[in-house]
Ligand binder design. Structure first.
Ligand code: SAM
Length: 469
């Protein structure tokens, strides 16, 4: 009895210390770390997005584990890195995300507007603005001069996003939005967000491009109040603007958008269109299959490259509230819906559901690449349960659903040196190592993952084999 108790205590201690079980290393060098920051197609940096991975990482696995014409899926597509990279390499890139901002960015990248379509729509917007600017300028001035008590809700009504002009559905503009822009910029944004319709491919592309230039610290952004990477807390923004008498420079939305479109279109668009889906990763398969069938495309996925939400609070709504305002989305509702703030146990159960859902759409020899987290501290504080997470994901989410383990690839140049420490008794001291769990859907997938690890990757962009496309 005492031995059993001691054994149980030891097991509990190991759990508490979070010493991960050793998993085999997959010999894939993290060459993506050596590539320039903006490596890959010009559409990738359309808009900054928290916790996105580099296009070069997606390429390292797309190049090894898929061929032209294969379906490559990301059930947590974020700003669309995997599906865009897949389309750019002649694969059918499918991205799914529950965040409407992520969906918009993914859709804009896998079904982009051509330069001619974008230029025509921009010209129409300019004409529409020219004929109605007096009304919008007057509306913006009224919003800025809102006579209601500044500590209460705003009172001036404007059309809701996407409602078309003349609008019948109205809402008010949050005060933190009004302080961010010059009155003319605000007037132009009110007009543009009213008339752009996100169900239209070209309008979606323009709206996505606008989210990318909304705020940042240079003349190419429409507001200099906040950095480009994320929106600062609304209250902080209001206080800061009041304290410093912040006045945004007059930035022309149409001129800024034109320049942004030129950057996005500076090289040819991918010829293979992809698919963007909006929904919960736990039911990706049915929606992906229906979308593939509708387009007459193969209904089997050969490769998944994804980075699930992580064990830390990345509030995609809260940190993007100015962008979500532009799009007419509710930042709070987004955060309430997403699975980004789990503790470890519910996180593992969640991932297991995702992996269970994916199985039926995977080809027998499909390879599944899961990029599991990148930090073990969140803003300086250790995250409980983060150490050894990839190992736990394997044991608790993937193995029980019948996946086969090919191994773990490390996303850290110094990883080799750290490895002994990391997987030995000093696991708890590790500070930063990404772990990339590579799985096979079946034994055939595992074997393909192992043999493909040695495939050399062409890091020229576009790769030699694709230049003729
Ligand atoms: C780490 S990010 C992915 C970033 C992506 N790899 C990229 O490069 O942009 C995780 C994503 O999971 C999404 N997400 C969170 N909960 C979800 C759920 N239940 N279903 C689908 N997506 C979800 C978030 O919106 C976020 O975009």
């Amino acid at each position: 009895m005492a031995t059993v108790t001691r054994a149980r205590n030891a097991a509990q201690l190991a759990l508490d210390l979070e010493v991960p079980a050793a998993l085999p290393l997959l010999p894939i060098a993290p060459e993506w770390k050596d590539q320039p920051r903006l490596w890959g197609p010009a559409l990738h940096p359309m808009c900054s997005y928290l916790a996105s991975f580099p296009a070069a990482l997606a390429h390292a696995f797309i190049g090894r584990y898929s061929r032209r014409g294969d379906v490559v899926l990301d059930p947590f597509s974020g700003r669309g890195t995997t599906p865009l990279q897949a389309c750019a390499e002649g694969r059918i890139g499918v991205g799914n995300d529950l965040n409407p901002l992520a969906y918009l960015l993914t859709a804009a990248k896998v079904e982009p507007a051509t330069p001619a379509e974008a230029a025509t729509r921009l010209a129409t917007l300019r004409l529409g603005w020219a004929s109605s600017s007096a009304d919008w300028l007057a509306l913006a001035e009224t919003v800025l001069a809102d006579p209601s008590d500044p500590s209460g809700p705003p009172s001036v009504a404007v059309p809701i996003a996407g409602s078309g002009a003349p609008a019948t559905r109205l809402e008010t503009v949050p005060r933190e939005v009004t302080v961010a822009f010059h009155s003319r910029t605000l007037a132009q944004l009110l007009y543009v967000r009213t008339v752009l319709r996100h169900e239209d491919r070209t309008d979606r592309f323009l709206a996505a491009a606008l989210t990318g230039i909304l705020h940042g610290k240079s003349a190419s952004y429409l507001s200099e109040l906040m950095p480009n990477t994320f929106s600062m807390a609304p209250r902080y923004v209001r206080d800061f603007a009041a304290r410093t008498a912040f006045a945004s420079p007059d930035r022309d939305v149409f001129g800024g958008l034109e320049k942004k479109l030129a950057r996005l279109h500076r090289e040819a668009l991918p010829r293979t269109p992809g698919i963007a889906l909006l929904g919960d990763a736990r039911d990706t398969t049915d929606r992906a299959r229906a979308a593939l069938r509708e387009r007459g495309l193969p209904e089997r996925v050969r490769l998944v490259v994804t980075s699930p939400p992580y064990l830390r609070v990345v509030k995609y709504g809260y940190y993007n509230w100015l962008r979500t305002w532009l799009l007419g989305e509710d930042a709070r509702a987004i955060d309430a819906a997403l699975d980004d703030a789990h503790h470890r146990e519910p996180y593992l159960a969640f991932l297991r559901e995702v992996l269970a859902d994916l199985r039926p759409i995977l080809a027998d020899d499909a390879v599944v690449v899961l990029v599991i987290g990148d930090v073990e501290t969140d803003r300086g504080r250790p995250i409980r349960g983060a150490v050894g997470l990839a190992e736990r994901v394997w044991e608790r989410a993937a193995e029980p659903e019948g996946y086969r383990l090919a191994g773990i690839a490390l996303d850290d140049v110094a990883a080799g040196r750290k490895m002994t420490k990391l997987w030995g008794a000093e696991a708890g001291q590790a500070t930063k190592t990404d772990r990339i769990l590579v799985l096979g859907a079946t034994e055939a997938g595992r074997r393909r993952a192992l043999s493909g690890a040695a495939t050399p990757i062409d890091w020229d962009w576009p790769p030699r084999g694709l230049r003729a496309i």
